[in-house]
Design a protein around this ligand. Structure first.
Ligand code: NAD
Length: 375
Protein backbone atom coordinates (compact mmCIF):
# COMPACT_ATOMS: atom_id res chain seq x y z
CA UNK A 1 0.00 0.00 0.00
CA UNK A 2 1.38 3.40 -0.98
CA UNK A 3 1.14 6.16 1.63
CA UNK A 4 1.71 9.83 0.74
CA UNK A 5 2.92 12.68 2.92
CA UNK A 6 2.50 16.09 1.32
CA UNK A 7 3.79 19.57 1.93
CA UNK A 8 1.33 21.76 3.83
CA UNK A 9 0.44 24.87 1.83
CA UNK A 10 -1.35 26.97 4.47
CA UNK A 11 0.88 29.92 5.41
CA UNK A 12 0.52 29.32 9.16
CA UNK A 13 1.06 25.55 8.96
CA UNK A 14 4.52 24.34 9.97
CA UNK A 15 3.56 20.78 10.90
CA UNK A 16 3.89 17.65 8.77
CA UNK A 17 1.76 14.49 8.95
CA UNK A 18 4.58 11.97 9.52
CA UNK A 19 8.03 12.41 11.05
CA UNK A 20 10.96 10.25 9.91
CA UNK A 21 10.77 7.90 12.95
CA UNK A 22 7.16 7.08 12.15
CA UNK A 23 7.99 6.61 8.46
CA UNK A 24 10.65 4.04 9.47
CA UNK A 25 8.07 2.10 11.51
CA UNK A 26 5.55 2.09 8.65
CA UNK A 27 8.18 1.02 6.09
CA UNK A 28 9.15 -1.84 8.42
CA UNK A 29 5.50 -2.92 8.44
CA UNK A 30 5.52 -3.11 4.63
CA UNK A 31 4.00 0.24 3.61
CA UNK A 32 5.61 2.20 0.78
CA UNK A 33 5.91 5.84 1.87
CA UNK A 34 6.21 8.69 -0.64
CA UNK A 35 7.11 12.12 0.75
CA UNK A 36 6.77 15.33 -1.24
CA UNK A 37 10.15 17.12 -1.29
CA UNK A 38 10.41 19.69 1.51
CA UNK A 39 7.32 18.38 3.33
CA UNK A 40 9.11 18.30 6.70
CA UNK A 41 11.19 21.43 6.24
CA UNK A 42 9.24 23.65 8.66
CA UNK A 43 9.31 20.89 11.27
CA UNK A 44 13.08 20.59 10.77
CA UNK A 45 12.87 17.09 9.25
CA UNK A 46 14.95 17.02 6.05
CA UNK A 47 14.37 15.00 2.88
CA UNK A 48 17.60 13.18 3.74
CA UNK A 49 16.11 12.13 7.12
CA UNK A 50 12.99 10.78 5.40
CA UNK A 51 15.09 8.95 2.81
CA UNK A 52 17.19 7.39 5.57
CA UNK A 53 13.93 6.23 7.17
CA UNK A 54 13.01 4.41 3.95
CA UNK A 55 10.74 6.97 2.23
CA UNK A 56 10.88 7.88 -1.46
CA UNK A 57 11.16 11.64 -1.99
CA UNK A 58 9.05 12.98 -4.88
CA UNK A 59 9.58 16.39 -6.39
CA UNK A 60 6.48 16.50 -8.61
CA UNK A 61 3.34 17.10 -6.57
CA UNK A 62 1.20 14.82 -8.80
CA UNK A 63 3.48 11.90 -7.92
CA UNK A 64 2.32 12.03 -4.31
CA UNK A 65 -1.17 13.56 -4.56
CA UNK A 66 -2.16 11.43 -7.53
CA UNK A 67 0.03 8.38 -6.99
CA UNK A 68 -0.83 6.97 -3.57
CA UNK A 69 -3.56 4.83 -2.00
CA UNK A 70 -3.71 6.80 1.24
CA UNK A 71 -2.79 10.45 1.59
CA UNK A 72 -1.90 11.84 5.05
CA UNK A 73 -2.18 15.54 5.79
CA UNK A 74 -2.47 17.98 8.68
CA UNK A 75 -4.54 21.04 7.66
CA UNK A 76 -7.98 20.77 6.01
CA UNK A 77 -7.70 20.74 2.22
CA UNK A 78 -8.19 23.79 0.05
CA UNK A 79 -10.33 23.56 -3.11
CA UNK A 80 -7.41 23.05 -5.46
CA UNK A 81 -5.90 20.38 -3.21
CA UNK A 82 -9.14 18.40 -3.47
CA UNK A 83 -8.67 18.60 -7.27
CA UNK A 84 -5.21 17.01 -6.92
CA UNK A 85 -6.51 13.92 -5.08
CA UNK A 86 -6.82 10.68 -7.04
CA UNK A 87 -10.49 9.58 -7.32
CA UNK A 88 -11.06 6.45 -5.25
CA UNK A 89 -8.12 7.10 -2.91
CA UNK A 90 -8.21 7.50 0.88
CA UNK A 91 -7.48 10.65 2.84
CA UNK A 92 -6.74 11.07 6.56
CA UNK A 93 -6.42 14.61 7.91
CA UNK A 94 -8.06 17.32 9.96
CA UNK A 95 -10.93 18.30 7.62
CA UNK A 96 -13.08 20.84 9.56
CA UNK A 97 -16.10 18.74 8.54
CA UNK A 98 -18.71 20.85 10.29
CA UNK A 99 -17.38 24.25 9.25
CA UNK A 100 -16.45 23.23 5.67
CA UNK A 101 -19.19 20.72 4.76
CA UNK A 102 -19.04 21.79 1.10
CA UNK A 103 -15.45 20.46 0.93
CA UNK A 104 -16.66 17.17 2.36
CA UNK A 105 -19.30 17.04 -0.36
CA UNK A 106 -16.60 17.51 -2.99
CA UNK A 107 -14.60 14.66 -1.45
CA UNK A 108 -17.69 12.44 -1.72
CA UNK A 109 -18.19 13.50 -5.35
CA UNK A 110 -14.58 12.45 -6.08
CA UNK A 111 -15.26 9.09 -4.42
CA UNK A 112 -12.61 9.72 -1.76
CA UNK A 113 -12.77 7.67 1.43
CA UNK A 114 -12.04 10.43 3.93
CA UNK A 115 -11.35 10.25 7.65
CA UNK A 116 -11.64 13.46 9.69
CA UNK A 117 -9.42 13.43 12.76
CA UNK A 118 -11.86 15.82 14.45
CA UNK A 119 -14.39 12.96 14.58
CA UNK A 120 -12.25 10.34 16.33
CA UNK A 121 -14.26 9.41 19.45
CA UNK A 122 -12.92 10.95 22.68
CA UNK A 123 -12.61 7.54 24.37
CA UNK A 124 -9.78 5.77 26.18
CA UNK A 125 -9.57 3.21 23.34
CA UNK A 126 -9.13 5.93 20.72
CA UNK A 127 -6.85 8.14 22.81
CA UNK A 128 -3.68 7.19 20.90
CA UNK A 129 -5.35 8.37 17.64
CA UNK A 130 -6.86 11.52 19.15
CA UNK A 131 -5.06 14.34 17.36
CA UNK A 132 -7.48 16.96 18.70
CA UNK A 133 -6.21 16.14 22.18
CA UNK A 134 -2.51 15.92 21.33
CA UNK A 135 -2.62 19.26 19.52
CA UNK A 136 -4.83 20.93 22.16
CA UNK A 137 -2.24 19.97 24.76
CA UNK A 138 0.46 21.71 22.71
CA UNK A 139 -1.76 24.80 22.35
CA UNK A 140 -2.48 24.95 26.09
CA UNK A 141 1.21 24.84 26.93
CA UNK A 142 2.16 27.40 24.31
CA UNK A 143 -0.67 29.79 25.31
CA UNK A 144 0.90 30.18 28.75
CA UNK A 145 4.31 30.94 27.26
CA UNK A 146 2.76 33.52 24.89
CA UNK A 147 1.02 35.13 27.88
CA UNK A 148 4.16 35.05 30.04
CA UNK A 149 6.18 36.70 27.26
CA UNK A 150 3.60 39.50 26.92
CA UNK A 151 3.07 40.07 30.67
CA UNK A 152 5.22 42.86 32.09
CA UNK A 153 5.58 40.87 35.32
CA UNK A 154 7.16 37.66 36.63
CA UNK A 155 5.08 34.49 36.93
CA UNK A 156 6.81 33.01 40.04
CA UNK A 157 7.14 34.52 43.48
CA UNK A 158 10.67 35.83 43.95
CA UNK A 159 12.38 36.79 47.19
CA UNK A 160 15.31 38.99 46.27
CA UNK A 161 17.56 41.60 47.87
CA UNK A 162 15.63 44.12 45.78
CA UNK A 163 12.35 43.12 47.36
CA UNK A 164 9.72 40.39 47.23
CA UNK A 165 7.80 39.81 44.03
CA UNK A 166 4.35 38.22 44.44
CA UNK A 167 3.35 35.40 42.04
CA UNK A 168 1.22 36.22 38.99
CA UNK A 169 -2.46 35.31 39.14
CA UNK A 170 -3.70 33.30 36.15
CA UNK A 171 -7.35 32.53 35.40
CA UNK A 172 -8.06 29.74 32.91
CA UNK A 173 -11.54 29.60 31.39
CA UNK A 174 -12.41 26.21 29.88
CA UNK A 175 -10.65 23.24 31.50
CA UNK A 176 -10.67 20.74 28.62
CA UNK A 177 -7.46 19.31 27.23
CA UNK A 178 -5.89 22.70 26.38
CA UNK A 179 -7.08 24.33 29.61
CA UNK A 180 -5.70 21.56 31.82
CA UNK A 181 -2.31 21.74 30.08
CA UNK A 182 -2.39 25.53 30.50
CA UNK A 183 -3.09 25.11 34.23
CA UNK A 184 -0.18 22.65 34.59
CA UNK A 185 2.19 24.96 32.68
CA UNK A 186 1.21 28.10 34.60
CA UNK A 187 1.66 26.20 37.88
CA UNK A 188 5.12 25.01 36.76
CA UNK A 189 6.05 28.63 36.14
CA UNK A 190 4.97 29.43 39.70
CA UNK A 191 1.69 31.29 39.15
CA UNK A 192 -1.38 31.09 41.38
CA UNK A 193 -4.04 29.54 39.14
CA UNK A 194 -7.83 29.56 39.17
CA UNK A 195 -9.96 27.80 36.57
CA UNK A 196 -13.58 27.60 35.47
CA UNK A 197 -15.53 25.26 33.21
CA UNK A 198 -19.24 24.70 32.78
CA UNK A 199 -18.68 20.95 33.03
CA UNK A 200 -18.59 20.43 36.82
CA UNK A 201 -16.89 17.02 36.31
CA UNK A 202 -13.53 18.73 35.68
CA UNK A 203 -13.36 20.18 39.21
CA UNK A 204 -11.25 17.30 40.55
CA UNK A 205 -8.81 17.40 37.62
CA UNK A 206 -8.37 21.16 38.10
CA UNK A 207 -7.74 20.73 41.81
CA UNK A 208 -5.33 17.83 41.28
CA UNK A 209 -3.16 20.20 39.20
CA UNK A 210 -2.95 22.61 42.13
CA UNK A 211 -5.47 25.18 40.87
CA UNK A 212 -8.63 26.51 42.52
CA UNK A 213 -11.91 25.62 40.75
CA UNK A 214 -14.37 28.49 40.40
CA UNK A 215 -17.85 27.04 40.90
CA UNK A 216 -20.95 28.38 39.20
CA UNK A 217 -24.23 26.59 39.95
CA UNK A 218 -26.22 26.49 36.70
CA UNK A 219 -29.74 25.11 36.68
CA UNK A 220 -29.38 23.30 33.37
CA UNK A 221 -27.50 20.33 32.01
CA UNK A 222 -24.22 21.55 30.49
CA UNK A 223 -22.85 18.27 29.12
CA UNK A 224 -23.76 16.82 25.72
CA UNK A 225 -23.13 13.35 24.27
CA UNK A 226 -19.46 12.39 24.15
CA UNK A 227 -18.67 14.49 27.24
CA UNK A 228 -18.53 17.75 25.27
CA UNK A 229 -19.99 21.01 26.59
CA UNK A 230 -23.46 22.03 25.37
CA UNK A 231 -24.38 25.46 24.16
CA UNK A 232 -26.10 26.91 27.24
CA UNK A 233 -29.10 29.27 27.49
CA UNK A 234 -28.80 33.07 27.48
CA UNK A 235 -29.67 33.11 31.20
CA UNK A 236 -26.91 30.59 31.99
CA UNK A 237 -24.42 32.60 29.91
CA UNK A 238 -25.30 35.73 31.88
CA UNK A 239 -24.96 33.94 35.21
CA UNK A 240 -21.58 32.57 34.13
CA UNK A 241 -20.38 36.02 33.11
CA UNK A 242 -21.46 37.52 36.45
CA UNK A 243 -19.69 34.73 38.36
CA UNK A 244 -16.38 34.97 36.52
CA UNK A 245 -16.18 38.79 36.37
CA UNK A 246 -14.45 39.16 39.75
CA UNK A 247 -11.87 36.50 38.83
CA UNK A 248 -11.08 38.18 35.51
CA UNK A 249 -10.68 41.52 37.29
CA UNK A 250 -8.04 40.29 39.75
CA UNK A 251 -6.10 38.16 37.24
CA UNK A 252 -2.81 39.23 35.63
CA UNK A 253 -3.37 36.68 32.87
CA UNK A 254 -6.60 35.19 31.53
CA UNK A 255 -6.40 32.23 29.15
CA UNK A 256 -9.66 31.29 27.46
CA UNK A 257 -10.18 27.93 25.76
CA UNK A 258 -13.99 27.48 25.85
CA UNK A 259 -15.49 25.80 22.81
CA UNK A 260 -18.66 24.00 21.85
CA UNK A 261 -18.10 21.69 18.84
CA UNK A 262 -19.71 22.95 15.62
CA UNK A 263 -20.76 26.29 17.18
CA UNK A 264 -19.26 29.75 17.48
CA UNK A 265 -17.25 29.97 20.70
CA UNK A 266 -19.21 31.44 23.66
CA UNK A 267 -18.48 35.06 24.57
CA UNK A 268 -17.37 34.88 28.19
CA UNK A 269 -15.06 37.85 28.79
CA UNK A 270 -17.08 40.98 28.00
CA UNK A 271 -15.80 44.46 27.21
CA UNK A 272 -16.91 45.59 30.69
CA UNK A 273 -14.75 42.86 32.27
CA UNK A 274 -11.76 43.82 30.10
CA UNK A 275 -12.08 47.49 31.07
CA UNK A 276 -12.06 46.47 34.76
CA UNK A 277 -8.73 44.56 34.42
CA UNK A 278 -5.45 46.01 35.75
CA UNK A 279 -3.31 47.80 33.13
CA UNK A 280 -0.57 45.44 31.94
CA UNK A 281 -2.82 42.39 32.15
CA UNK A 282 -2.87 39.89 29.28
CA UNK A 283 -5.61 37.74 27.75
CA UNK A 284 -4.73 34.86 25.40
CA UNK A 285 -7.83 33.58 23.60
CA UNK A 286 -7.36 30.06 22.25
CA UNK A 287 -10.89 30.15 20.81
CA UNK A 288 -9.93 33.06 18.51
CA UNK A 289 -10.35 31.03 15.32
CA UNK A 290 -13.85 29.95 16.40
CA UNK A 291 -15.01 33.53 17.03
CA UNK A 292 -13.29 34.06 20.39
CA UNK A 293 -14.29 33.95 24.06
CA UNK A 294 -13.35 37.56 24.61
CA UNK A 295 -14.96 40.76 23.33
CA UNK A 296 -11.81 42.30 21.83
CA UNK A 297 -10.37 39.15 20.27
CA UNK A 298 -9.33 39.28 16.63
CA UNK A 299 -7.92 36.05 15.22
CA UNK A 300 -4.24 36.38 14.40
CA UNK A 301 -3.87 39.78 16.08
CA UNK A 302 -2.62 41.34 19.29
CA UNK A 303 -4.94 44.14 20.44
CA UNK A 304 -3.80 46.61 23.11
CA UNK A 305 -6.48 48.86 24.62
CA UNK A 306 -6.53 50.66 27.97
CA UNK A 307 -3.25 48.90 28.79
CA UNK A 308 -4.81 45.45 28.36
CA UNK A 309 -3.32 43.10 25.76
CA UNK A 310 -5.67 40.62 24.06
CA UNK A 311 -3.92 38.02 21.90
CA UNK A 312 -5.90 35.81 19.49
CA UNK A 313 -3.36 33.27 18.26
CA UNK A 314 -3.90 31.19 15.15
CA UNK A 315 -2.68 27.59 15.03
CA UNK A 316 -0.49 27.59 18.14
CA UNK A 317 0.43 23.88 17.81
CA UNK A 318 2.21 24.76 14.57
CA UNK A 319 4.70 26.91 16.48
CA UNK A 320 6.00 23.80 18.29
CA UNK A 321 6.20 22.01 14.96
CA UNK A 322 8.87 19.43 15.83
CA UNK A 323 6.94 17.79 18.63
CA UNK A 324 3.44 18.71 17.47
CA UNK A 325 4.29 16.80 14.25
CA UNK A 326 5.79 13.93 16.23
CA UNK A 327 2.59 13.57 18.28
CA UNK A 328 0.36 14.01 15.22
CA UNK A 329 2.40 11.33 13.38
CA UNK A 330 1.78 8.91 16.24
CA UNK A 331 -1.97 9.64 16.12
CA UNK A 332 -2.37 9.40 12.35
CA UNK A 333 -0.09 6.37 11.83
CA UNK A 334 -1.95 4.48 14.56
CA UNK A 335 -5.24 5.26 12.81
CA UNK A 336 -3.76 4.20 9.46
CA UNK A 337 -2.65 0.82 10.78
CA UNK A 338 -6.02 0.41 12.53
CA UNK A 339 -7.75 0.87 9.16
CA UNK A 340 -5.63 -1.59 7.22
CA UNK A 341 -5.01 -5.34 7.21
CA UNK A 342 -2.48 -7.16 5.01
CA UNK A 343 -1.84 -4.01 2.98
CA UNK A 344 -5.52 -3.36 2.20
CA UNK A 345 -8.14 -1.07 3.70
CA UNK A 346 -10.30 -3.10 6.06
CA UNK A 347 -13.25 -0.92 7.01
CA UNK A 348 -15.73 -2.21 9.57
CA UNK A 349 -18.15 0.70 9.91
CA UNK A 350 -19.74 -0.81 13.01
CA UNK A 351 -16.48 -0.01 14.81
CA UNK A 352 -17.00 3.31 16.63
CA UNK A 353 -13.60 4.69 15.63
CA UNK A 354 -13.90 3.78 11.93
CA UNK A 355 -17.62 4.54 11.67
CA UNK A 356 -17.20 7.75 13.68
CA UNK A 357 -14.25 9.25 11.81
CA UNK A 358 -15.16 8.25 8.23
CA UNK A 359 -16.94 11.22 6.61
CA UNK A 360 -17.10 10.02 3.00
CA UNK A 361 -17.08 6.59 1.40
CA UNK A 362 -18.54 5.07 -1.78
CA UNK A 363 -19.46 8.51 -3.14
CA UNK A 364 -21.61 9.36 -0.09
CA UNK A 365 -21.29 11.62 2.95
CA UNK A 366 -21.55 9.24 5.91
CA UNK A 367 -21.90 11.72 8.76
CA UNK A 368 -25.38 13.05 9.55
CA UNK A 369 -24.15 16.27 11.19
CA UNK A 370 -22.08 17.09 8.11
CA UNK A 371 -25.15 16.48 5.91
CA UNK A 372 -27.20 18.81 8.13
CA UNK A 373 -24.45 21.44 8.03
CA UNK A 374 -24.75 21.49 4.22
CA UNK A 375 -28.36 22.70 4.36
P1 NAD B 1 -13.30 21.67 23.74
O1 NAD B 1 -12.04 22.12 23.07
O2 NAD B 1 -14.47 21.31 22.94
O3 NAD B 1 -13.73 22.81 24.79
C1 NAD B 1 -12.79 23.28 25.75
C2 NAD B 1 -13.45 23.41 27.08
O4 NAD B 1 -14.37 24.52 27.07
C3 NAD B 1 -14.27 22.20 27.52
O5 NAD B 1 -13.77 21.72 28.74
C4 NAD B 1 -15.68 22.77 27.66
O6 NAD B 1 -16.42 22.16 28.71
C5 NAD B 1 -15.42 24.22 27.94
N1 NAD B 1 -16.54 25.11 27.73
C6 NAD B 1 -17.46 25.13 26.73
N2 NAD B 1 -18.35 26.11 26.90
C7 NAD B 1 -18.00 26.76 28.04
C8 NAD B 1 -18.52 27.87 28.74
N3 NAD B 1 -19.62 28.50 28.31
N4 NAD B 1 -17.93 28.26 29.86
C9 NAD B 1 -16.81 27.59 30.32
N5 NAD B 1 -16.26 26.54 29.71
C10 NAD B 1 -16.85 26.12 28.57
O7 NAD B 1 -12.98 20.44 24.72
P2 NAD B 1 -11.88 19.32 24.63
O8 NAD B 1 -10.70 19.74 25.41
O9 NAD B 1 -11.69 18.95 23.22
O10 NAD B 1 -12.59 18.13 25.42
C11 NAD B 1 -13.90 17.74 25.07
C12 NAD B 1 -14.37 16.57 25.89
O11 NAD B 1 -13.69 15.38 25.54
C13 NAD B 1 -14.14 16.71 27.35
O12 NAD B 1 -15.23 16.12 28.04
C14 NAD B 1 -12.91 15.93 27.62
O13 NAD B 1 -12.77 15.53 28.94
C15 NAD B 1 -13.16 14.78 26.70
N6 NAD B 1 -11.95 14.08 26.32
C16 NAD B 1 -11.86 12.75 26.58
C17 NAD B 1 -10.73 12.06 26.21
C18 NAD B 1 -10.61 10.59 26.49
O14 NAD B 1 -11.40 10.05 27.20
N7 NAD B 1 -9.65 9.94 25.92
C19 NAD B 1 -9.70 12.70 25.55
C20 NAD B 1 -9.84 14.07 25.28
C21 NAD B 1 -10.98 14.75 25.65
Amino acid sequence: MKIGVVKEREVAERRVALNPDTVAKLVKQGYVVLVEAGAGELSFYSDVDYQAAGAEIKTELEEVWGGVDVLLKVAPLREREIDWLRPGSTLISFLSPLSQPEHIQRLAEKNITAFALELIPRSSRAQVMDALSSQAGVAGYQAVLVAAAALPKFFPMLTTAAGTIPPAKVFIIGAGVAGLQAIATARRLGAIVEAFDIRPAVKEEVQSLGAKFVEVALEEDTVAAGGYAKEVSVAAKQKTQEAIAAHVQTADVVITTAQVPGRTAPLLVTEEMLLAMKPGSVVVDLAAEQGGNCAWTEAGREIVRNGITVIGPINLPSSLSIQASQMYAKNISTLLTYLTKDGELNLDFSDDIIGGACVTHGGEIRNERVKQALH
